[in-house]
Design a protein around this ligand. Structure first.
Ligand SMILES: NC(=O)c1ccc[n+]([C@@H]2O[C@H](COP(=O)([O-])OP(=O)(O)OC[C@H]3O[C@@H](n4cnc5c(N)ncnc54)[C@H](OP(=O)(O)O)[C@@H]3O)[C@@H](O)[C@H]2O)c1
Length: 271
């Protein structure tokens, strides 16, 4: 059967006439979040860049023309205020729940309960808080313009275990289940739920944060192979958002070529 039987409404990208859309990107003060702001601005989106460090967001705003919203996403009231701000200033077409991170690499028997708590607070509950708060805005925008999007940046840590990783893998598995469950719950509504699961990405802060500022340990994570960079992930996010309205990219897993699994990275081969 030839392609000519495809329905006429099926297109490979969103129509160019789509009205300007507005995205909220969390964790925008560094790494993948900042790269996503740059990429979406380049693609013509209005972008609200959110994180705690206002100075870094202001620098990004001067570079890209994004809006800035300084916020701690572990604060319920602050997230409610963010949603009210978005509602009063043009609504929202997409949220990129990217804020997150890993704290420590301790075996379960040595685990620091506070580190685990912090990982759940930002990766899981931060994503939950923001998603709940902005879902009414996304429904409204999706209803008016065709589709709106929730994009959750999880990790390959959401797909399996590695030694020392239980706090982070547990949090990312929970974020994965939040994504999958929400997709089931709102299927048929004009809001897509997209999950992006990167492997090792060399961002300036992720491993530094994980190892509490130990630059040597952080650098060692990326030695001997070519890791992903933040722009690789940003490009993938932008691609999922640019699919036609009827297409939901459920999950994209992207890794460096040298990484076959969380704990299998081949170093020293030039990959
Ligand atoms: N790098 C990797 O290898 C990798 C791989 C897979 C998945 N990921 C995931 O990708 C996402 C981004 O990672 P990245 O490498 O870009 O990390 P990063 O450079 O450390 O960025 C983390 C971002 O989260 C923000 N953030 C942390 N706590 C926050 C809070 N309480 N409230 C608001 N914002 C908060 C930080 O901003 P402030 O400190 O200014 O608040 C920062 O902008 C994370 O969810 C991470 O788990 C990373």
């Amino acid at each position: 059967m030839s392609d000519s039987t495809a329905p006429e409404t099926a297109t490979s990208t969103r129509p160019k006439t789509t009205p300007t859309r507005r995205a909220l990107v969390t964790g925008a003060s560094s790494g993948i979040g900042a790269a996503t702001v740059r990429r979406l601005r380049a693609d013509g989106w209005d972008v609200v860049a959110a994180a705690r460090r206002a100075d870094r967001l202001e620098t990004l705003a001067a570079e890209t023309g994004c809006e800035v919203y300084a916020i701690d996403l572990t604060d319920d009231d602050a997230v409610a205020a963010l949603a009210s701000h978005l509602a009063a200033t043009g609504g929202l077409d997409a949220v990129v729940n990217n804020a997150g991170g890993a704290f420590g690499l301790d075996r379960v028997e040595d685990a620091d309960v506070d580190d685990w708590r912090r990982m759940y607070e930002i990766n899981v509950l931060g994503t939950l808080r923001v998603t709940k708060a902005v879902l009414p805005l996304l429904r409204k925008a999706g209803g008016a313009k065709g589709v709106a999007d929730v994009v959750n940046v999880t990790s390959t840590a959401a797909q399996g275990a590695y030694e020392g990783g239980a706090g982070y893998t547990g949090a990312k598995h929970a974020e994965h289940m939040l994504s999958q469950t929400l997709r089931w719950e709102i299927a048929g509504e004009p809001v897509r739920v997209i999950e992006i699961a990167p492997g090792a990405v060399a961002t300036e802060e992720f491993s530094l944060v994980r190892f509490d500022g130990d630059a040597e340990k952080a650098a060692a994570v990326y030695e001997g192979y070519t890791p992903l960079v933040a722009a690789d992930v940003a490009e993938t996010i932008a691609w999922t958002l640019s699919r036609p309205d009827h297409v939901n990219i459920d999950l994209v897993t992207l890794r460096p070529r040298a990484q076959a699994h969380n704990s299998k990275i081949v170093r020293g081969t030039g990959a």
